[in-house]
Design a protein around this ligand. Structure first.
Ligand SMILES: C[S@@+](CC[C@H](N)C(=O)[O-])C[C@H]1O[C@@H](n2cnc3c(N)ncnc32)[C@H](O)[C@@H]1O
Length: 237
């Protein structure tokens, strides 16, 4: 990785604590795309979404842990008025997503960051700024002693709700039953959220939802995905 110190200080996180891989091989072509696009559509560490030049009136929808960016491309294709905030700590994933969004002609409708979701939500997103959040197949951390590393935790769920507008949504998917139930139980117990399927329930898959890379992998290995859909209530919480 030959990104300059200045670029890394602005856009690349190496100092923040996260669980899961951050670095990996990035080709010269991918590096060139990162250098071309992050100064335009990246979210530098010292800026917020208020500085991100989001068109007035555009719904702001975030995907956390976007992997290779295919789902972001799908969302951009389906919703021409949305501005998409992509959050992913794995740098090669960020590089792939930037390439895919550029090739599909959607790059300028995305804001992309390699900073961890906890930092982005706490420091870079204002209260009630998001219209929706997607979280597809977050890392399962199957061992009991690693459950505290899972993305969805009580505090994180409360932070997410505070960043959503009234009426905003959170949609999640997992092909790991234990994780799907973990996320459901935490989110069902989070004040201000309504489970669209009713407490304890899962929703059917959205008709237009493509299979993400991790869903395809689960499918090949014989696992079925489960889907959750929450809406932030209109009353103050
Ligand atoms: C199992 S992969 C799923 C990728 C993609 N959503 C899919 O369905 O194919 C989980 C992704 O979440 C990312 N991730 C893990 N912790 C994160 C965090 N704190 N903030 C942002 N992304 C995170 C990982 O780097 C990884 O790419």
């Amino acid at each position: 990785m030959r990104l300059t110190r200045e670029f890394r200080d602005q856009f690349i996180q190496h100092e923040m604590r996260t669980y899961g891989r951050k670095n990996g091989f990035v080709t010269t072509g991918q590096q060139a795309r990162l250098e071309r696009w992050l100064p335009v559509i990246g979210l530098p560490k010292d800026k917020t979404l208020n500085d991100a030049d989001i068109p007035g009136g555009s719904p702001v929808v975030m995907e956390i842990g976007f992997g290779n960016g295919d789902f972001l491309v799908h969302l951009a294709d389906m919703h021409a008025d949305w501005t998409l905030i992509g959050v992913e700590i794995y740098l090669p994933g960020v590089a792939k997503a930037v390439g895919r969004l550029e090739d599909a002609g959607f790059i300028e409708r995305a804001r992309i960051t390699q900073l961890p979701a906890q930092f982005v939500l706490e420091r870079q997103v204002a209260e009630a700024q998001l219209d929706g959040v997607y979280i597809n197949h977050p890392d399962p951390w199957p061992k009991a002693r690693h459950h505290k590393r899972r993305l969805i935790q009580k505090d994180f769920a409360e932070l997410l709700v505070s960043r959503l507008k009234a009426g905003g949504f959170i949609k999640l998917a997992s092909d790991k039953p234990d994780l799907a139930e973990w996320m459901r139980d935490i989110l069902d117990a989070t004040p201000g959220l309504r489970n669209v399927a009713g407490v304890g329930g899962f929703v059917a898959r959205d008709d237009d939802r493509p299979e993400t890379k991790f869903e395809q992998r689960g499918h090949r290995e014989g696992r079925k995905s489960q889907f959750l859909h929450y809406v932030k209530s209109e009353e103050d919480v």
